[in-house]
Write a protein that binds this ligand. Structure first.
Ligand code: G4P
Ligand code: MG
Length: 176
């Protein structure tokens, strides 16, 4: 379909590498990585190769079955709040895509309750579009691996046949 954008593992790895370089160059040194599941899991793991910090995961979903939006994002898994693992910490928050920004902003709002010192946000792709939510003013650092039009991104972890997915990515995938 014309409005789809296929992305492969190689490209994702390289996007994360360039994000890590940008984050390091900014002077931000995270204490912990927080991955927003499920899309942020694999990018966060790759990030750990470049910025070796413990990964915590949170699960938030804005879509129910049949791609229907819930009326608000739902927490489906959260960091053990009693251990206050984020208090005073510099958090690198990772998700795969900044689309409407609703899930991301909700997640940031919840993480701020844990009183981190700072939260920096990193995504593989940011879609250029009118966003449904804005980041709170506490967010000073934002990194996007690439800026894209409002396309539907096809990620390799959703592929039933990874070889077909790679073909859809085109030759560029192995060249980039
Ligand atoms: P945002 O705050 O990160 O912009 O997310 P938003 O609420 O707009 O999007 C909700 C869900 O839609 C997220 O999945 C996000 O990953 C997914 N999504 C948005 N755009 C795309 C896209 O172009 N391609 C794909 N494959 N997914 C997209 P989720 O409910 O958090 O579930 P999960 O897939 O991460 O588990
Ligand atoms: Mg997601």
């Amino acid at each position: 379909m014309a409005n789809e954008y296929y992305v492969g593992y190689n490209k994702i790895h390289k996007l994360v590498k360039s994000l890590a370089e940008e984050i390091t160059a900014s002077g931000f040194t995270p204490d912990v990585i927080v991955a927003i599941g499920s899309g942020g899991f694999i990018p966060a793991r790759i990030m750990k190769t470049y910025i070796n910090r413990p990964i915590f995961t949170v699960g938030i979903s804005y879509y129910g079955v049949d791609q229907q939006h819930f009326s608000y994002p739902k927490k489906i898994q959260w960091i053990d709040e009693t251990r206050q693992q984020l208090e005073g910490q510099r958090v690198l928050l990772i998700d795969e895509v900044d689309d409407t920004r609703v899930t991301l902003s909700y997640c940031i709002g919840e993480l701020l309750n844990h009183k981190p010192e700072e939260i920096a946000v990193a995504v593989l792709q940011n879609k250029r579009k009118v966003k449904g939510a804005q980041f709170p003013p506490e967010i000073k650092l934002y990194f996007a691996g690439e800026e894209i039009d409002d396309l539907w991104i096809k990620y390799p972890w959703d592929a039933l046949e990874i070889d077909e997915h790679l073909l859809m990515c085109g030759k560029k995938e192995i060249e980039v």
